[in-house]
Design a protein around this ligand. Structure first.
Ligand code: GDP
Ligand code: MG
Length: 296
């Protein structure tokens, strides 16, 4: 055995502890009403998360201010427990005058940071406080085929230093493939021109491998997504999709849209990175400002 101490087991111990605690992932969806936010949330988890728990809220009159509804769901897969919270923001951009539509959303993000900060700085603290911070904000862009709207630019500019923003092209089935590609290009130009920082951000500390992965991902963004919570039978199998007069759109088929790219990024490949960037970049900024006594 020689000098074998056995700390290679640490990884396993850590895994076991992490499994027991479970993972917490908090998403937020933002965009004008009718762009398919609630539908996409349902699609994402192939369950009726938003609709069942938000029953009533959806049918209510359009709220006067942006009201944020958070719904939590525990998903289990092969002994891994994921507690997923999705915050829906009905009312965003629904007014005649949308100045400051972003403010209640930024306030909400700061409030959650504040809560984490208080938990973390308590004299008797929980070693692993529940992480209620928003790890990703999916921003829905209307499929106009033109360019970003002033409200899109304003929202992203105001929030890009506080949260990971993942813009998506909503209801992509309303665009032809050429329109989709051109729109995507235009959005990337607009983001660039306005110096908006969307996820994944360029990070000097990343190693070459991370940089390569992220730049490959960046080339595909923003994802053009289609949502549906209805199953239709295709070749004897139930698949999520939208039936139209001229055909059937399979939401999870990569030839039809990029919904599965978005899902894979959020759930399979980048969840830990989104959590890390939230903690080490966005929250760290908040914390430092807080300790300096300034308002974040
Ligand atoms: P929200 O207000 O952003 O939450 O939007 P909803 O999810 O309530 O969707 C508004 C309407 O758009 C509903 O009739 C949906 O069925 C429809 N819808 C949702 N996603 C899509 C999509 O990807 N494509 C199309 N064509 N319609 C969609
Ligand atoms: Mg909705």
């Amino acid at each position: 055995l020689g000098g074998y101490v056995g700390f290679d087991q640490l990884q396993q111990q850590q895994n076991r502890k992490a499994m027991k605690r479970g993972f917490q992932f908090n998403l937020m969806v933002v965009g004008e009403s009718g762009l398919g936010k609630s539908t996409l949330v349902n699609t994402l988890f192939r369950s009726k998360i938003a609709r069942s728990t938000l029953a009533g809220a959806e049918d209510a009159k359009i709220p006067k201010t942006v009201e944020i509804h958070s719904v939590s769901h525990v998903i289990e897969e092969k002994n891994v427990r994921l507690r997923l919270t999705v915050s829906d923001t009905p009312g965003f951009g629904d007014h005649i005058n949308n100045d400051g539509s972003w403010q209640p959303i930024l306030d909400h993000i700061n409030k959650l940071n504040e809560k984490y900060f208080a938990d973390e700085s308590a004299v008797v603290r929980n070693i692993a406080p529940v992480d209620s911070r928003i790890h990703a904000c999916i921003y829905f862009i209307a499929p106009t085929g033109h360019s970003l709207k002033p409200i899109d630019i304003e929202f992203m500019k105001k929030l890009d230093k506080s949260v990971n923003i993942i813009p998506v092209i909503a209801k992509a089935d309303t665009l032809t493939l050429e329109e989709r590609a051109a729109f995507k290009e235009r959005i990337v130009e607009d983001l660039d021109q306005h110096a908006i920082n969307v996820y994944p951000n360029v990070n000097e500390d990343d190693d070459e491998e991370d940089k390569a992965i992220n730049s490959k991902l960046s080339e595909l963004l923003p994802f053009a997504v289609i949502g549906s919570d209805k199953e239709v039978i295709v070749n004897g199998q139930g698949v999520l999709g939208r039936k139209t007069k001229w055909g059937f759109i399979e939401v999870e088929n990569k030839d039809h849209c990029e919904f599965s790219n978005l899902r894979d990024m959020l759930i399979r490949t980048h969840m830990q990175d989104l959590i890390d960037v939230t903690h080490f970049t966005h929250y760290e900024k908040f914390r430092a400002a807080k300790l300096r006594g300034g308002a974040p």
